[in-house]
Design a protein around this ligand. Structure first.
Ligand code: GDP
Length: 528
């Protein structure tokens, strides 16, 4: 086996998705503790926007700073190299999360036992389902009173459309939470609260639940209940099959309490056994396999530098095939030119380091002075365009004006670069050349205004617009398309890639347009 083959085979690149507050940051931190990537709890800062109606820009900056630090967290565990890609939970940053999901090979979904399946989780898992990304479910906060376990699994199956198979099962919950029975390994893991620094859990091999020792350990009532429930699990849920999990036909479920560091090791130990190696990635031209001889990768995220004196940014590149090397010429496919990188960076939770090489499955940070945008591909020379990096139909719109005539160049450049970062989308309306910015969440407008001022010295003014949606338009029939363009002229714009976009005033006008122009296709997402 070559070194490259070996290195790729030991990579496990995944994302943790959750509705805000379910415990994603806490779980991430505990995983890093096990991996030795951090030494103390509290080292991973939550990148949540704390106030929902924020015009508190320090908060936005704080969040951006943390996002750079937590974009990728890598550590070694059980001879695997684990890369956790961070996914913002706040819904105004959902686009960022969707794009990050194109760069992972599997996902862990965290669910709060009391709240059950929440809105953001539904949306994020839908994206995973579309891509057939394998999913593991972690039910968190078992030390708190919550929903009954069977009800919760029903909810997961109904709302997330995932077929479950529990690999661990809780013994009580809230005040009466005593631990979990590991159905997969036939072990009893007993709960000791306040195990924040990650001491090993008390684990007892327990092959036969009929063994009277169970009563001694958890009490008669709990022992009876556990026996009944495990019997039911065996009847109701499929026996775990890794192949089915990898095809996303079944999702293993774990129970635990991240803040108490309980059930986390169970989760991690199982994860390293079952989670997929780097998976093939579809490009327009062909399927790209991780272990190919030549390197290829794509940019899924761009972060502006936090230091205003340096305008450069960090582009995050997922390596899809081969080995990436420092100071080596690669082809920037969109720009058709060679580039090499003197300081490619890897991220290890608290520290960054310059790396000499990285392998398929890894993410490297490339310093960039404005050459990259999301979706860009690097290769050793082959024309490849990786597919599936989405941009979404925005739902909030503002017309933009230049607030400082002396700074129009700065404004144009700033807007251009922020759009490349994927903060929002810019549309130019055909009839009057109006510049319209569309976002998924309203918070982005504040971010854009603030950053234009602080990073580019430009002033942007907004005028609210009453638009319902912007949808990409395609049509195979040229005559029908011409007719549509003529009749809906007032409502048409081009995006930055010069693709045709229909700006719908309301759901009603959109429906009218669909009815009147049946040959036109309207798309809520477009691939970058
Ligand atoms: P995130 O928004 O998903 O990143 O959630 P956090 O990790 O920041 O957790 C949200 C809150 O839930 C914090 O106050 C955590 O301390 C708390 N929390 C996390 N895990 C548990 C748990 O297992 N039990 C309890 N009781 N609280 C938890």
């Amino acid at each position: 086996m070559t070194n490259q083959t070996k290195e790729i085979a030991r990579r496990r690149t995944f994302g943790i998705v959750a509705h805000p507050d379910a415990g994603k940051t806490t779980l991430t931190e505990k995983l890093l503790l096990f991996g030795g990537a951090i030494q103390v709890a509290g080292a991973v800062k939550s990148n949540k926007i704390k106030k929902s109606t924020t015009s508190d820009f320090m908060e936005i900056e704080r969040q951006r700073g943390i996002s750079v630090a937590t974009s990728v967290m890598a550590f070694d565990y059980a001879e695997k190299k684990i890369n956790i890609l961070d996914t913002p939970g706040h819904k105004d940053f959902a686009e960022d999360t969707y794009r990050t999901l194109t760069a992972v090979d599997s996902v862990i979904v965290v669910i709060d036992v009391a709240k059950g399946v929440e809105e953001q989780t539904e949306k994020l898992v839908e994206v995973c389902r579309m891509r057939k990304t394998p999913v593991i479910v972690f039910i968190n906060k078992m030390d708190r009173p919550g929903k009954e376990s069977f009800d919760l699994l029903d909810e997961v199956e109904q709302k997330l459309l995932l077929r479950c198979t529990p690999l661990s099962w809780p013994i009580g919950m809230g005040d009466r939470f005593q631990g979990v029975y590991n159905v997969f390994e036939k072990r009893l893991v007993l709960f000791r609260p306040d195990n924040k620094q990650g001491r090993p859990e008390e684990t007892i091999e327990f092959n036969d639940l009929e063994d009277p020792e169970l009563e001694q350990l958890v009490g008669t009532a709990a022992a009876e209940e556990l026996r009944e429930e495990v019997e039911m699990i065996n009847e109701v849920y499929p026996v775990f099959d890794r192949e089915e999990y990898l095809k996303q036909e079944v999702s293993p479920v774990f129970f635990g309490s991240a803040v108490n560091n309980f059930g986390v090791k169970e989760l991690l130990d199982c994860f390293v056994q079952i989670a997929p190696e780097p998976r093939p990635r579809p490009a327009e031209e062909r399927q790209v396999l991780p272990n190919e001889e030549t390197f290829s990768g794509f940019v899924f995220k761009i972060h502006a530098n936090m230091d205003p004196r340096h305008r450069d940014r960090i582009a995050f590149l997922r390596i899809c095939s081969g080995t990436f090397e420092r100071n080596t010429n690669y082809l920037h496919v969109r720009q058709q030119r060679k580039m090499k990188f003197a300081n490619p960076t890897s991220f290890m939770a608290e520290r960054k380091e310059v790396i000499d090489e990285a392998f398929a499955g890894d993410v490297v940070g490339l310093y960039d002075s404005g050459n990259f945008k999301i979706g860009d591909t690097l290769t050793e020379g082959e024309e490849l365009h990786f597919k599936g990096i989405p941009s979404f139909s925005p739902e909030q719109f503002r017309r933009v004006y230049n607030g400082d005539p002396l700074k129009s160049k700065q404004l144009a450049k700033g807007i251009d670069q922020l759009m490349d970062e994927g903060v929002a989308q810019l549309f130019t309306r055909g009839v009057d050349n109006a510049q319209i910015i569309g976002c998924v969440g309203a918070l982005q407008f504040d971010v854009i205004q603030y950053r234009l001022e602080h990073e580019y010295g430009a002033t942007v003014l907004y005028e609210p617009m009453n638009l319902h949606k912007a949808l990409w338009v395609t049509c195979d029939d040229d005559a029908a398309l011409d007719e549509f363009k003529e009749r809906r002229r007032q409502h048409l714009a081009l995006d930055k890639e010069e693709r045709l976009v229909y700006l719908a005033d309301s759901a009603w006008t959109l429906q009218m347009a669909k009815d009147n122009h049946p040959k036109i296709q309207f798309h809520a997402t477009s691939e970058l």
